[in-house]
Every structure is written in C-alpha cells, then in structure tokens.
Design a binder for this molecule. Structure first.
Ligand code: NAP
Ligand code: F7E
Length: 340
C-alpha cells in the first residue's frame, strides 16, 4: 500500500485530497497542528470511516514552524509522496501577519524539503513532493491568460512567501535531484471553503439573509476578477503531477474569469434576492495592494496530465449556495447553544 503524507490535511484541499487518496488505496498520514478546540471537522467523516486495526488515515501532531518535528514525522511515516498544503493561506491576513506568514508559508516548505532530503539520503528511497503554489505569484499580471511562462509579480506578503516556497521547491530539484513539483493553482472553492474567503463569505451571508438570520453583507473590492474552480477537481491534478515520469510546474485553472460582483449577483439571484439590496462596501476589507485580474490557461495540464475541470462557475456557485442554505436553515431552526 502506498503511503502519502499530507500537511494542511484539516484544510479545504487537505480534506478532498485525503478522500481522493484513500479511495485510490493509499494509507494517508496527515499533520495536524495543536489547537485548544477540536479542529478537524473537515476530515471527521474520514476518521470515522477508516477506523479499524489498520487505519487508512493516521494523524500526527506537528507544525510547519517546527522543523525537528517535521523531520521526525517524515522518518516515522516513510512516505512515498508528500503533499505540502499547509500555509497561512489568507492573503488579507498576510498583510497583518507578514512575519508569521513568511515563517509558515515560505520557510515551512523549506523545513519540509530539508526533512525529505535527509530522509531520502539516509534510506535511498525516493520521496515525491508536491508544493501548493498559487496564482497569487502572478499578482500584477504581465499578460492574460497566465500560464507557466508568465512572469511573477506577487502583491502581498502571502504571494511573496509562496514565491519563496515555489523557487526553493525547484531549487531542491535542481540541486539534489528531488522529484518535486509545483502546482500553480488558481482560486478553487467548495462548500468546505473557509468562511473568510470571499466566495464562502458571500454564500454564507446570502443564505443567512434568505432565512432571516442576517440583513447585510459587508465586502471590500467587488471589481477584482478571479478564475474560480472546484477544489474537488483540483486535488486530482496534484496527484497526477506526482505520477508523471518527470517533475514539473503546472497551471491548474478553468480559463474563465468573473468579478466578485458577478459572484454576488449569481449567488443572491439563486435565492431570489438582489445583491444590491444587501451588500455594503466596507473599506476595512480593501487590501494595501490588490490583484485585479486572474485567468489561467491549464493547456499544459490538459496536454500532459490529461486534466480538465469538471465544474464551471455557475455550477460552483449553485453547489455552494445550496449547501449553505441547508446550514442556514438548520441554524435558524436549531440555534447553537452557548455554554457558560
Ligand atoms: P486552508 O483551508 O486555509 O488550509 C490550510 C491548512 O494549513 C489547514 O489545514 C491549516 O490548519 C494548515 N496550517 C496553517 N498553519 C499551519 C502551521 N503552522 N502548521 C501546520 N499546519 C498549518 O487552505 P486551502 O484552501 O485548503 O489551500 C491549501 C494550500 O493551497 C495552501 O497552501 C494554500 O495557500 C494553497 N492554495 C490555495 C488555493 C485556493 O484557492 N484554495 C489556491 C492556490 C494555492 P488548521 O486547520 O489548523 O488551520
Ligand atoms: O479574495 C476580494 C479580495 O480572500 C478574492 C486564497 O485561497 O486564492 C485565495 O486568495 C478577492 C480579492 O481569495 C472581500 O480583495 C472583496 O480580490 O477569497 P479571497 P484570494 O485573495 O484570491 C489564492 C489563489 C490563494 O492562493 C489564497 O491562498 O475578493 N474581496 N471583499 C474580499 N475578499 C475577502 N476575503 N473578504 C471580503 O470581504
């Protein structure tokens, strides 16, 4: 049985990737950071389903800020594949926490690569490595659509940290022969998306407004344009990259671009509402530097990996609104109780 190690397994992508790998017969090991509250809701169902004498999902306490802990986990697990999805992944937050973002998102990737390099040298067993690079690398875009040859110009501490992680991943390939790949993934969303990212913030608020739990939604820049795909499609591309004969970089995107305003319009309209009656602009959500336009060309991934997205923009919006409507209705009917 193939063994994979996934950092960031409790996140949106980590949960879809763990499901995908378990369905393909992998034993999946995940790194979870310590929290005062139970924080693994997105993978709770997998934990329950894979319990038994030889569990298919094994969780390890660890943190991207702790290199010795990462090295110990890599030694114990002896993975054939490592997927580095852990990051301080919120662009807006990265302006308030730039040093922390650099430590976890940039240097964290280096700590993991060092652990892999040492383990590979000690055992002679190849470890394939996936780095979660981002369309935020393009930032102020030089041309549209963006592909693997478009120059990078990141516009946030997050983007700059991801740029370091991207290049150190390539450097370890060129310097030490590591099989290391970077997926330059454009925005991807799902009903499991964190609630502070704009798509989920919109679908949560629109559905809560629909059932009478809230009246207004405060947003920042409605004119920013993104290439939004479905996270479930994108984790397959991560795995495909590690199954190739040679490591490389791949853009994963839908080749469609829509504004935040269009996302609002479609999400509210699905509920029979007009977003203009509910959305207010709050300058607190403006960023010191913005990424205005992203649209990716996944032609290389299509050609070499045989990958293409299965969910388009309107289906994605519908899927998120429909799931959040159920959550909002349950909240209305069974308000959460607060304990003393
Ligand atoms: P996410 O939902 O924010 O998940 C991030 C994961 O990283 C969570 O499991 C989080 O743990 C973990 N993490 C954060 N800090 C950590 C630390 N110090 N040590 C260990 N783990 C830590 O992000 P996502 O949307 O799934 O994205 C996955 C990866 O792809 C990230 O690296 C992100 O930057 C990158 N990416 C995302 C997109 C996108 O559109 N979603 C696009 C391109 C690239 P907790 O659960 O404890 O917070
Ligand atoms: O913002 C605008 C905001 O935070 C999208 C991460 O997964 O994708 C994500 O980064 C746009 C921006 O995602 C609000 O200014 C307006 O232009 O949902 P977001 P992001 O910054 O694109 C990339 C590819 C990653 O790699 C990241 O990890 O929406 N916007 N009003 C707002 N954004 C937020 N969050 N909240 C607002 O109220």
């Amino acid at each position: 049985m193939k063994r994979a190690l996934v950092t960031g397994i409790t996140g949106q992508d980590g949960s879809y990737l763990a499901e995908f790998l378990i369905a393909r017969g992998y034993e999946v090991h995940g790194i979870v950071r310590r929290s005062s509250a139970a924080g693994a809701q997105r993978i709770e169902h997998l934990r329950r389903e894979t319990l038994g004498p030889a569990p298919r999902l094994v969780l390890h306490d660890g943190d991207m800020a702790d290199g010795s802990g990462l090295a110990r986990i890599v030694r114990e697990v002896r993975p054939a594949e490592v997927y580095n999805l852990a990051a301080q992944s919120h662009v807006g937050v990265s302006f308030d926490q730039p040093t922390y973002t650099a430590d976890v998102t940039a240097v964290g990737a280096l700590r993991l690569l060092e652990a892999i390099r040492d383990q590979q040298e000690a055992t002679g067993e190849q470890i394939r490595f996936y780095q979660a690079s981002s369309s935020e690398l393009y930032g102020r875009v030089a041309s549209t659509p963006q592909d693997e040859s478009t120059p990078f110009h990141p516009r946030s501490p997050y983007g700059v940290a991801k740029l370091y992680a991207h290049w150190i991943t390539i450097n370890y390939r060129e310097s030490y022969g590591l099989f290391s790949c970077c997926g330059i993934l454009f925005n991807h969303e799902s009903p499991r998306r964190g609630e502070s990212f704009v798509t989920r913030k919109i679908t949560r608020a629109a559905t809560r407004i629909k059932v009478g739990l809230q009246e207004k939604l405060r947003l920042g820049n409605l004119d920013a344009r993104r290439d939004w795909g479905f996270a479930g499609d994108y984790v397959e591309a991560m795995w495909l990259m590690l199954q190739q004969p040679t490591p490389s970089e791949y853009v994963i995107a839908t080749d469609e671009t829509h504004s935040v305003r269009e996302f609002c319009e479609m999400a509210f309209a699905r509920l029979g509402l007009d977003y203009r009656d509910h959305v207010e602009i709050d300058p607190r959500y403006f960023r010191p530097a913005e990424v205005d336009l992203l649209r990716g060309s996944a032609a290389k991934a299509r050609r070499e990996l045989g990958w293409s997205p299965s969910v388009n923009f309107s289906t994605l919006v519908g899927m998120m609104v429909d799931e959040d409507l159920q959550i909002a209705a349950a909240e209305r009917d069974h308000p959460p109780r607060t304990s003393m």
